[in-house]
Design a protein around this ligand. Structure first.
Ligand SMILES: NC(=O)c1ccc[n+]([C@@H]2O[C@H](COP(=O)([O-])OP(=O)(O)OC[C@H]3O[C@@H](n4cnc5c(N)ncnc54)[C@H](OP(=O)(O)O)[C@@H]3O)[C@@H](O)[C@H]2O)c1
Length: 255
């Protein structure tokens, strides 16, 4: 898919990766529908996109509200026609320790990272089933297995990853592509420095956006980056769970 003169919906576009991706895509003549809750930030983004020569429809909506998400999709189609690419990127990475959190906080992390995905994923499948298109999901290496200090986030991203895997199987005979990207630690408004165990692992937002767009253009099912995150994660996934658990316990004690 060439990302040129396309209609593109981006969720979680008011800051961080979603915003940076919207700005980048606006330079290539795309029609952008940007959504998140913070309206003032979306309006500021829309002005920047239009200054770049792109067209933009900003819509403030809470992605945990299914009816509001359907409203965003309907408004996008009414303004710009069928959606070619949906980047389902809304989410958040709170540090939470099991035993030191609450039912409400754990379920809140699930709503922010999983409900916000599903509320767009199902209607986007219906919309693209005949005509085709790409649905991209911003997952995380944290979704590969349960991590200390971010168990609820790991669980939510893991749920999204597994759901996407099923979409690729069940909807293989449709013209929809399902692309999951897994950015390593990236400097954004959503990432507190304190949450990163080794600062050398952090990458810049522009680099992450380039990697995500490369995966979308090429239709890769999965793209985890950078390599210094991908290889340890893949290796750890191959380990028997008791061994991986011991390694993570040790890493937690040292970190
Ligand atoms: N930064 C990293 O290191 C990293 C690594 C791997 C994966 N990710 C994932 O990348 C995505 C973007 O994160 P980021 O780092 O760019 O953080 P960010 O700057 O905090 O962006 C998160 C975006 O999600 C939106 N959002 C959150 N809850 C929402 C809701 N209920 N309804 C609608 N929009 C909502 C926020 O907008 P409003 O607050 O305005 O609603 C914001 O635009 C997330 O899914 C995150 O899990 C990030």
């Amino acid at each position: 898919m060439k990302l040129h003169q396309k209609t593109i919906l981006i969720t979680g576009a008011s800051s961080g990766l979603g915003r940076a991706m919207a700005v980048e895509l606006s330079r290539q003549g795309n029609r952008l529908v940007v959504t998140a809750r913070r309206e003032a930030l979306l309006l500021e983004l829309a002005r920047e996109i239009e200054a770049n020569g792109g067209r933009c429809l900003p819509i403030a909506a809470d992605a945990t509200d299914g009816a509001a998400c359907q409203g965003v999709i309907d408004a996008a189609i009414a303004a710009f026609g069928p959606i070619d690419l949906a980047v389902l990127n809304a989410g958040g990475t709170p540090a939470q320790r099991m035993g030191a959190t609450s039912v409400e906080a754990v379920l809140g992390t699930m709503r922010t990272n999983y409900d916000t995905l599903v509320n767009y994923l199902c209607p986007m499948i219906d919309h693209m089933r005949e005509r085709g298109g790409t649905i991209a999901y911003t997952c995380s290496p944290a979704g590969a297995f349960g991590l200390p200090k971010s168990g609820p986030y790991s669980a939510a991203k893991s749920a999204g990853r597994v759901l996407f895997d099923t979409c690729r199987i069940e909807l293989a005979d449709t013209p929809i592509r399902f692309v999951a990207t897994y950015p390593g630690f990236t400097y954004t408004e959503g990432l507190a420095d304190a949450e990163v165990p080794i600062k050398a692992l952090i990458i810049q937002k522009d680099r992450a956006v380039r990697e995500m767009l490369r995966a979308i253009e090429r239709g890769w099912a999965h793209h985890m980056f950078p390599r210094r995150i991908r290889w340890p994660v893949m290796l750890a996934r191959l380990l028997p769970e008791p061994v991986r658990r011991r390694v993570l316990q040790l890493a937690e004690r040292l970190g």
